[in-house]
Design a protein around this ligand. Structure first.
Ligand SMILES: O=C(O)C(=O)C[C@]1(C(=O)O)C=C[C@@H](O)C=C1
Length: 361
């Protein structure tokens, strides 16, 4: 390196080294405080959860509000998610179930939401994710619920309907699909494998660029990557983490038809979440199949000035053109306007289930 450059950098790097030492000292003080919190929680309820989603959201938001920059608010979220994850891990390891294998978008969402200091439980299906938490093998799970190109993830909606688990949080991540093979080329490749959602999100690109390849469904994109790693006639669609995890070469990247393609994931678990100050509530409703029923169903929300951020319908499978409505509201179920709107809704609908209140992302 140029001598004058080294000279100018030296004091700056010395300052960074010294600041890092101070940060490390403070992080250890924070870790010890979290350990003490863990002891107090254990004294009050030895089997109670260590994970408190509302508190974690409040810690991050408070710092973002106090943040003078130039450290960005996004960086505050990313860094403190890891700090809290590490502190939480000292209290008790959090096992998180999600659709594997290694390198899946569910894994990325789980790490972004819970931080890296978790014990992963990679499952073969969304059903298995729910079963693992219900059976107490995992403390929480991460499942996709909607995609900006393809809409609802129906299996997740059906599982939410029938499961006693609650929604604990949400995390939306950018979905950037790549086409990958063992060789990094399409030579000898006869079929492309991916989760049906990913095949749908890339269909225009595939039709234009790989019209000759058969399209096969896989249980997940990362599973397709795993297959491609052992079979040179297979190309997989998955994210770059899967390419790294399975040592595949990227043939083309950003192949999703919508460059802004995003998937929203839900964190699920067995516990209730307290208000964090900026929350959402997810409910499932059904109304009788008659004129005006859906309009009436939504009236209490307008009356109590509760905003609806999402409305999704799913056939009730009665053969009568009846539907379940999945509704997301702004506010916690304990906030008076939401509580009043929910009480009014409950009286007039044929089916009512609160999936949970949780910090809004
Ligand atoms: O405040 C708590 O209850 C803690 O356990 C501490 C802490 C944190 O590191 O800030 C860690 C885990 C919880 O999920 C919430 C917050």
């Amino acid at each position: 390196m140029d001598d004058s450059l080294t000279e100018r950098l030296r004091p700056l790097r010395e300052r960074i080294d010294s600041l890092d030492e101070q940060i490390l000292e403070l992080l250890n003080q924070r870790a010890r405080a979290a350990q003490e919190v863990g002891v107090v929680k254990h004294d009050f309820d030895a089997d109670g959860p260590v994970f408190k989603p509302e508190r974690e959201a409040m810690v991050v938001r408070r710092l973002q509000e106090a943040n003078p920059g130039p450290f960005t608010d996004q960086a505050v979220d990313a860094v403190w998610t890891q700090i809290i994850s590490a502190c939480r891990g000292l209290e008790s390891a959090l096992t998180v179930a999600y659709l594997g294998p290694q390198g899946s978008f569910s894994e990325q969402a789980a790490y972004e939401h819970f931080g890296r200091i978790i014990t992963p439980l990679r499952c073969n299906s969304f059903d298995e994710v729910f079963r693992a938490i219900e059976a107490g093998q995992a403390d929480a799970g991460m499942v996709p619920v909607e995609n900006s190109t393809e809409g609802a993830v129906n299996r997740t909606l059906d599982l939410l309907l029938n499961s006693p688990l609650k929604v604990l949080g949400e995390r939306s991540i950018k979905i950037h699909h790549c086409l990958m093979t063992r060789t990094g080329t399409l030579e000898g490749v006869r079929r492309v494998m991916a989760h049906p959602q990913a095949l749908a999100q890339c269909q225009a690109w595939l039709t234009q660029h790989c019209p000759g390849l058969a399209r096969d469904a896989a249980s997940s994109n990362a599973e397709a990557a795993r297959v491609a790693a052992g079979d040179s006639t297979v190309a997989a669609i998955a994210g770059t983490t899967a390419a790294t995890a399975w040592n595949l070469g990227v043939v083309a990247s950003g192949i999703q038809d919508d460059p802004q393609n995003r998937t929203r994931f839900l964190a699920v678990g067995a516990m209730d979440t307290l208000p964090s100050g900026h929350d959402k509530t997810s409910v499932i409703l059904a109304v009788p199949n008659r004129a005006g029923a859906v309009y009436e169903m939504l009236a209490p929300l307008a009356e109590h000035r509760v905003s609806m951020t999402r409305l999704e319908s799913r056939p009730a499978r009665t053969g009568q053109w009846e539907y379940y409505f999945y509704v997301d509201l702004l506010g916690h179920r304990d906030d008076p306007p939401v509580a009043q709107a929910l009480a009014a809704l409950k009286k007039q609908v044929a089916f009512f289930k609160v999936l949970g209140s949780y910090p809004a992302q």
